[in-house]
Design a protein. Structure first.
Length: 368
């Protein structure tokens, strides 16, 4: 008699889960075990078994922490046939400023799309620093057979302006990921794919307004490239809804700051003095830190103050789970590859494209 103790007790349900997994993969290019387990309401072990089953059938490629659409360079089941068996057409370099927050999903989307387009992706991590950005880009430019680059460089200030001009002068095409081409750079060849963070901030404010809040504040990170765009969207939404800007509005909070508790106490005092009843917080770690501190001080979320996080990396793990704006990170990476390959195949006569993608608002208990 076959021992079924280590198998799914309901094959029909397993098939339905695997179909859902494939739907997610087709839509996003990759899935993370933890996230899809929460979505489907099953254990992470069950999802891993489903991924293994799909991988054995040659439908997906297993990666650390999840799976991606079957890659044309995945040799785990031997060579592919037909269109997927063609040789690599392009080698694409990619430089991102972080390998542990926000950017892994962007990279995953780029990697999957590159494989779909018979291209090879070479990744280098950098710092939020123009000099290091330039060093990593130069290594890729000097790599034999490099066709084009996807870069998320430092673009602020004079150093950032010079970086944009230098990238525009390179002999191979460059697409910026989550970075905009500053008009002062007078760049004529750079292309870009960005999240419309201002639109995401406006979604958050309007959601809080619909929930009954009329004094909606903002907490941001001082060094984040996303901050100016989120702040712009927050201001626009406040003005369009006829709300007062005389609320909490600061970039002083940081999850790893040694004086975090003191800073958050000051913010809570400002909430009381200004009548602020809701906050948009960039980013997730700051939102989680704020929520934890509120619990320690007996401040109830969302009863006393509602919060919405921006980024949705770990917001769902808060207690209560935190409503969040989720940028379409996978699609930023995929779109950057699409733009680069289109430029390579269309040549210099193809006009530069600049694409904005709209983020998604995921409503959870922290703002309900």
């Amino acid at each position: 008699m076959t021992d079924l103790s280590d198998e799914d007790p309901a094959p029909l349900f397993a098939l339905q889960r695997q179909e859902r997994l494939m739907d997610e993969l087709r839509a996003h290019g990759a899935v993370a075990v933890g996230r899809i387990a929460v979505v489907l309401g099953v254990s992470e072990l069950t999802i891993r078994r489903d991924i293994n089953a799909l991988a054995r059938r040659g439908l997906v490629t297993r990666v650390h922490g999840g799976a991606t659409i079957r890659s044309s360079i995945d040799e785990s089941r031997g060579a592919l046939t037909g269109r997927d068996a063609t040789v690599t057409k392009y080698t694409i370099g990619m430089v991102v400023p972080s390998l542990d927050y926000y950017w892994p999903e962007v990279v995953s989307g780029a990697r999957v799309q590159a494989a779909q387009l018979q291209s090879r992706l070479m990744l280098r991590g950098s710092l939020y620093d123009a000099r290091d950005n330039r060093k990593q880009v130069q290594v890729l430019v000097n790599t034999s057979g490099m066709h084009g680059l996807i870069v998320a460089p430092h673009t602020a200030g004079p150093e950032g302006l010079e970086m944009l001009r230098w990238l525009d002068s390179l002999p191979i095409p460059v697409v910026l990921a989550e970075r905009r081409v500053r008009s002062a750079a007078a760049a004529t060849r750079l292309e870009s794919v960005v999240t419309d963070h201002a639109a995401g901030a406006m979604q958050a404010v309007r959601h809080l307004y619909a929930a009954g809040h009329r004094r909606i504040g903002l907490l941001t990170e001082p060094q984040s490239p996303t901050t100016p765009h989120v702040r712009r969207g927050w201001k626009r939404a406040i003005a369009s809804l006829g709300l007062t800007p005389d609320v909490v509005n600061t970039d002083a909070v940081s999850f790893d700051s040694f004086d975090r508790e003191t800073v958050i106490d000051e913010i809570l005092a400002q909430c009381t003095s200004t009548g602020t009843t809701a906050l948009l917080i960039l980013s997730d770690p700051q939102a989680v830190a704020f929520e934890q501190h509120c619990a320690d001080r007996g401040v109830r979320i969302p009863d006393d103050i509602a919060i919405v996080a921006y980024d949705d990396e770990v917001a769902r793990l808060g207690h209560p789970a935190i409503t969040a704006v989720r940028p379409p990170k996978q699609f930023v990476g995929r779109g950057a590859v699409d733009l680069l390959v289109a430029r390579l195949e269309g040549g210099r006569n193809r006009p530069p494209h600049h694409i904005k993608l709209t983020p998604e608002l995921l409503v959870r208990e922290s703002s309900m």
